[in-house]
Write a protein that binds this ligand. Structure first.
Ligand code: SAM
Ligand code: SF4
Length: 331
């Protein structure tokens, strides 16, 4: 299905919960978000039905996110059912990785095709600072588990923030010995940074171009090379640009939502855990699918999806602040 700007919309990101076993400083407040009541959150069967209807309007790829999707009860069964829906070609997940050692095999068996694991720093102290409660070794074990189970690709997503002074070269080098696809993502000042306590704003964004030069300058080995061709993009769709070290097993990608808008290639809708369809991450406009799922027909659910699709803006036009934080929207 095409939107009003001629873009094919075939990708839906679904937030399964606003809860999380971490409390990342840029994502949620220390005491967690004001968690939604049980009844506000979509039931697993509501989500299955939504995906069926979405497949009917041309959605082919689903990404499960949150909050932390793996803390949502019933997630493995959900993966199993939605991978079997006609028209759904792949189901992937973004996770902090902590529960992967326990769940990766079941998820793989259920049909999950790809995992993105979020990891912002390789320094244990800094990891604790960023996640407030997490342990670096747990997320590293999650990455190991994903690779051992044969997920392909396994992507490691690092949000880059000036104030954190992360070791980007060490990150990039994770792509050398194992088939890991490291992706640097510009920090997006969504939600209210004064409320979440980071105080980070647009000045904390490290433009990808600058980051690429930093990595190349510091590389003790030969620098990053662009991948041979766009067709070599091993990661399927996505707005990243990819590079690799010579003979590396994985790649290094740069995602630049702010310094290089990829709105013209946007192919997605999002659904929050409480069943609101968001045409754009950076806009607070939402369309209520939950009402239709609870009280309406499939045709009414479809109408909500179509309305949201029709409302996709052409560009975020540098508006990035939103009322809801990332854990609530589904990053
Ligand atoms: N809990 C899972 C995780 O951390 O992977 C899934 C949800 S989390 C909200 C999804 C992704 O959004 C994570 O990679 C996280 O780093 C990223 N994220 C959260 N807030 C962000 C922000 N303000 N700017 C850029 N990325 C952000
Ligand atoms: Fe949780 Fe992911 Fe947000 Fe961190 S970024 S608090 S892991 S939802």
């Amino acid at each position: 299905m095409k939107d009003a700007h001629g873009r094919v919309i075939d990708y839906l990101r679904i937030s399964l919960t606003d809860r999380c076993n971490f409390r990342c400083i840029y994502c949620m407040p220390e005491d967690g978000v004001c968690q939604m009541d049980h009844d506000e959150i979509l039931r697993i069967e509501d989500i299955e039905r939504l995906v069926k209807v979405a497949a009917g309007i041309g959605i082919k790829s689903i990404r499960l996110t949150g909050g932390e999707p793996l803390v949502r009860k019933g997630v493995v069964d959900l993966v199993d059912s939605i991978t079997n829906i006609d028209g759904i070609e792949n189901v992937s997940m973004t996770t902090n990785g902590v529960l992967l050692p326990a769940m990766a095999e079941d998820l793989k068996r259920a049909g999950l095709s790809r995992v993105n694991i979020s990891l912002d720093t390789l320094d244990p102290e800094q990891f604790k600072y960023v996640t407030r409660v997490g342990k670096l070794e747990d997320t590293l074990a999650g990455i190991d588990a994903a690779l051992e189970c044969g997920f392909d690709p396994v992507k490691v997503n690092a949000v880059t923030v000036k104030s954190l002074n992360q070791d980007f070269l060490a990150f990039a080098k994770l792509s050398i010995d194992r088939p890991l696809h490291v992706r640097f993502i510009e920090y997006m000042p969504v939600g209210d940074s004064s409320e979440n306590g980071t105080g980070w704003g647009k000045e904390d964004v490290i433009p990808s171009k600058e980051l690429f030069s930093i990595i190349n300058e510091r590389a003790a080995i030969e620098g990053l090379l662009p991948l041979e061709s766009a067709a070599a993009d091993p990661l399927g769709w996505g707005p990243a640009r990819y590079f690799e070290f010579p003979d590396a097993k994985g790649t290094v990608g740069f995602i630049s939502p702010l310094s290089r808008h990829f709105c013209s290639a946007c192919n997605r809708l999002r659904m929050t855990a409480d069943g609101k369809i968001r045409p754009c991450l950076f806009s607070d406009t939402e369309y209520d699918a939950k009402q239709a799922l609870r009280n309406g027909t499939d045709e009414q659910v479809r109408a909500v999806l179509m309305e949201a699709l029709g409302a996709k803006p052409d560009d975020h036009h540098d508006k990035v602040g939103t009322e809801r934080g990332m854990s609530q929207i589904g990053g």
